[in-house]
Design a protein around this ligand. Structure first.
Ligand code: AOF
Ligand code: ZN
Length: 336
């Protein structure tokens, strides 16, 4: 195997942890000696050890058997090793301390705390560093993390469930189930991918939603953000169950987004009613729109999502893909 192939292996190993490492990036590392993988390590869980540390610690078990000293090994890691003291120690220090002399990196870390500094410190300590192998694949694998740092804003998706005639719910205000259970199951997987789920007070009071990802695999549940000006909100709503909830009174979407930008959140899924959804779309800060459309009509009893049929295009979105989910259709629009 050459280093590109090892990098691809490290990327694949890391992918298994995309739901538990978030909002951190997934990272994979391998320690190689003369064409053999001596050990591997991944960043498995948010807040826990980084990939390089896991690879080094795993290799130590074979020190003296498959290899005699770390200077015989090449470290292949998908992301630039960190140089900051975060929840765990800086990876570059552990690499230097172990005595590794060769490091092959996929992509530079876009996080300003690290970016370039990790590489610089390795080089300053006499370590040979090569970077840029499969950088695009690493970036694609961690697209929300890279997006946030490169665009100085989190990636924001709005998700709506719509009747065939473009309605959100019944005028009477009662909870209306529009799409099939299969579509609603699909939403669970979408939720699992995001770092934060945002809704408004109207949706909370009308639907009492849980808005967690009910999936059959381990997931670091999204932080929940509730926009409401109310001074008192009962914690009996399902939204608050086993959740990290932040309530914001702010109404200015730009200010809300800058506030989130300062946290570790890279991506937000907005699941709200027409008023808030339209405010987000008008702000121009939405990057993706997911519409689940059912074949059923609500007719005169319904409240429309958008004013015009061409609203989606007017907001600057283009259809990227369409999926059938039983009798519903899922449309994914991207900003262009
Ligand atoms: C690495 N190896 O496996 C990962 C890195 O909060 P912390 O301490 O876990 O640090 C998170 C930041 O560290 C994250 O934003 C990114 O810049 C980097 N992630 N770095 O050397 C890893 N997961
Ligand atoms: Zn690290």
């Amino acid at each position: 195997m050459n280093f590109t192939e090892y990098m691809k292996r490290a990327i694949s190993n890391a992918d298994a942890f995309k739901f538990t490492a978030k909002p951190n990036p997934v990272v994979g590392a391998l320690l190689i000696k003369e064409g053999n993988i001596i050990s591997h390590g991944e960043h498995e869980i948010f807040g826990s050890y980084h990939a390089e540390i896991n690879a080094i610690e795993r290799a130590k078990k074979n020190l003296g058997s498959t290899f005699k000293s770390f200077d015989e090994l090449t470290l292949v890691c998908t992301l630039e090793p960190c140089s900051h003291q975060g929840k765990t120690g800086p990876c570059v220090d552990a690499i230097i301390k172990a005595g590794i002399k060769n490091v092959i990196i996929g992509s530079k870390d876009p996080n300003p705390l690290v970016s370039g500094k990790g590489i610089k410190k390795l080089v300053a300590n006499g370590i040979s560093v090569e970077f840029g192998i499969c950088a695009n694949e690493v970036k694609e694998q961690n697209k929300y993390f890279f997006f946030k740092h490169e665009n100085k804003k989190p990636y924001i998706t709005v998700k709506v469930a719509m009747s065939a005639d473009g309605m959100s719910h019944k005028k009477s205000g009662e909870r209306t189930i529009i799409t099939s259970s299969a579509s609603r199951e699909d939403v669970q997987i979408v939720r699992a991918e995001y770092d934060a789920i945002l809704t408004g007070g109207n949706t909370l009071f009308a639907d009492n939603p849980r808005m967690n990802a009910r999936v059959n695999f381990p997931v670091n549940q999204a932080k929940k953000i509730l926009l409401s000006k109310k001074n008192y909100i009962s914690r009996d709503f399902k939204f608050f169950k086993e959740a990290d909830v932040e309530i914001l009174k702010e109404r200015d979407i730009h200010k809300i987004v800058s506030h989130v930008q300062r946290s570790s959140i890279n991506s937000i899924l907005v699941e709200a009613g027409p008023k808030l959804v339209n405010a987000f779309l008008i702000s121009g800060l939405i990057d993706e729109l997911i519409i689940y459309k059912s074949p059923n009509h609500l007719g005169d009893n319904g409240v429309s999502w958008f004013d015009k049929e061409t609203a989606v295009e007017n907001f600057g979105f283009t259809l990227e893909s369409t999926y059938k989910i039983e009798s519903d259709t899922k449309y994914i629009y991207k900003k262009c």
